[in-house]
Design a protein around this ligand. Structure first.
Ligand code: C5P
Length: 222
């Protein structure tokens, strides 16, 4: 038995969309399937990590062999990430809703003839918060789904959010990436940007997990 390179390490992965309730039966959501986050959790597990998998209501099956923490809203996701700390690394692959509804209703809203008007508030940015938290994991990885100027926007996002790496991808409809099984990413670190060839989301996850293992090992060696 060979212990994996991430044995003894704890990694938090966020995944899937969030649902922001309007009333007991309605919500705001997005089209994230949770496929890339689920693949990353499985790949980290395969390298021996203990994985806390904080997931919104995803459409793909949950990974096995990880601790699954199911949440609905962005605020619940933030609290679940906080409760899972401390961690050696965090990979924030969730598509967190930017806004929540603040004038929602405890009862199902009725059709009255007047149109409802939703008021919104900004959700916490979990990646930005974690990157500056007192218990910040040693390695924090964010994602950036862009439709134009991918490198420039993702590089700016890396500094703005304060994370170590950004996994950037082009989600223009023509790429077929959003909702598809393949991904073509650029890994942005403090020292540069690497274009990875287009490959399956499982292969992206395996390569990212190996890269995380290498980085954590190098930090211990330092
Ligand atoms: O700003 P944008 O949503 O493009 O940033 C994407 C990255 O930030 C992803 O890693 C996503 O998981 C994370 N994020 C977050 N909390 C938010 C919004 C985004 O953790 N409220």
């Amino acid at each position: 038995f060979e212990p994996g390179p991430l044995a003894g390490r704890h990694v938090i992965v966020t995944s899937g969309p969030t649902h922001e309730p309007i009333d007991p039966v309605r919500y705001l959501a997005n089209r994230s399937s949770g496929a890339q986050g689920t693949a990353i959790a499985a790949a980290l597990r395969d390298l021996g990590a203990r994985v806390s998998f904080v997931t919104g209501p995803a459409t793909v099956p949950q990974p096995v062999g990880v601790q699954v923490i199911r949440v609905e809203t962005a605020q619940q996701m933030r609290d679940a990430v906080e409760a899972a700390l401390p961690a050696d690394a965090a990979v924030m692959a969730a598509a967190v809703a930017d806004w929540r509804v603040v004038n929602g209703s405890d009862q199902k809203m009725k059709k009255t003839g007047d149109l409802p008007s939703l008021q919104m508030a900004e959700n916490p940015d979990i990646l930005a918060w974690l990157s500056r938290a007192p218990q910040r994991p040693g390695l924090v990885v964010g994602f950036a789904a862009e439709t134009q100027d991918v490198l420039a926007h993702a590089t700016a996002k890396r500094s703005r959010k304060g994370c170590d790496w950004i996994v950037a991808n082009d989600v223009s409809p023509a790429t077929g990436i959003m909702g598809g099984t393949e991904n073509a990413v650029t890994l942005i670190t403090a020292t540069g940007a690497e274009d990875w060839p287009r490959m399956g989301k499982d292969a992206v996850a395996a390569r990212l997990a190996a890269r995380i293992a290498k980085e954590l090992a190098a930090r211990v060696a330092k």
